[in-house]
Design a protein around this ligand. Structure first.
Ligand code: NAD
Length: 286
């Protein structure tokens, strides 16, 4: 284990939709990042994807132009987290996988290092119960894309300590994000409300009550949602959405969270939304 008192460095686990977005936010604010994934192909395209998202963020005015850009490194093994000041886990939404990775992270980092999970729906305490030093584990639910949406949910588990909360505040201040602290539980606030609604929107389409565009147009035009639920589902990733719904359904028993047959079919057919070029809508090059 090495001392992490050098320049602050962020380790991000998972180079998928959220890992790339979080890495973009951090390097765009001058923080060096090590991105860790078990999938070599994902790591192989990581630099290009972060560069692309950084360009987009600059174009949209979501990140400051002209400031220092943090260096990006990629790695396949958790041991690189040894010199991290903070660690954010953003891997696949499967509780067993996350618990395993958090155990690897906990044994790699220096004592007291902040360990964050970006889970959408798994209770933080469920993970905390399976790792050493649970007081260093906090939920920070970054929204997608993380560099564009300035508000996020911070989940303080029953075992989360004050030092970890203070470290989260420092990190969010550097990243210029506003955290709203909520209590632990399946789906916290945003996924508990949003995922169930998206599931209902998919059911409405499946029942033939309205088409995809009409459902989104109604939610946007009548209820003032900036993006309709089905376009939002494409942005999230239909596979991740189904994983989160399964977590919610299993842990709450809420039948409204049982994944819609339409969503399950889309996952089986590989239509995972924006990231595969096709979901409820078609997308160009991705
Ligand atoms: P994704 O499927 O795009 O990416 C997941 C990545 O994790 C993949 O690259 C996969 O190879 C990697 N991975 C799997 N096992 C790993 C391991 N053992 N070590 C390192 N990497 C591993 O998923 P995503 O949409 O980026 O979601 C990641 C997390 O963020 C999930 O917990 C999800 O619920 C949450 N989240 C997603 C969104 C969203 O809009 N997609 C928003 C907020 C939070």
């Amino acid at each position: 284990m090495t001392d992490n008192r050098g320049a602050p460095r962020l380790a991000v686990f998972g180079a998928g939709v959220m890992g790339i977005g979080i890495a973009t936010l951090a390097v765009g604010r001058g923080v060096p990042v090590t991105l860790v994934d078990v999938d070599q192909a994902r790591l192989g395209t990581a630099h290009e994807r972060v560069r692309g998202e950084l360009r987009l963020a600059h174009m949209m005015g979501a990140l400051p132009r002209g400031g220092p850009i943090g260096e990006l490194q990629v790695a396949e093994s958790a041991v690189v987290a040894a010199d991290a000041t903070w660690v954010i886990e953003a891997i696949t939404e499967v509780a067993e996988l996350k618990a395993k990775v958090h155990r690897e992270i906990a044994s790699a980092v220096a004592p007291g290092t902040l360990r964050v999970t970006n889970t959408s729906s798994i209770p933080v305490d469920e993970l905390a119960g399976q790792v050493s030093s649970p007081e260093s584990l906090v939920g920070v639910h970054f929204m997608n894309p993380p560099y564009l949406i300035g508000t996020l949910e911070v989940i303080r588990g029953p075992r989360t300590g004050e030092a970890a909360m203070s470290s989260v505040r420092d990190l969010l201040s550097i990243l210029d994000r506003k955290g709203i602290v909520v209590a632990d539980g399946p789906g916290f606030v945003t996924s508990r409300v949003l995922h169930r609604m998206i599931n209902d929107a998919a059911n409405v389409v499946e029942e033939g009550r309205a088409g995809v565009e009409d459902v989104d147009a109604l939610m946007e035009g009548c209820l003032g949602h900036p993006t309709g639920p089905l376009r939002t589902a494409d942005l999230i990733g239909i596979d991740n959405l189904v994983d989160s719904l399964l977590v919610l359904h299993e842990r709450t028993g809420d039948e409204g969270c049982r994944p819609s047959e339409l969503l399950l079919r889309m996952v089986a057919e590989g239509n995972h939304g924006r990231k595969t070029g096709r979901g409820f809508y078609e997308y160009g090059a991705h």
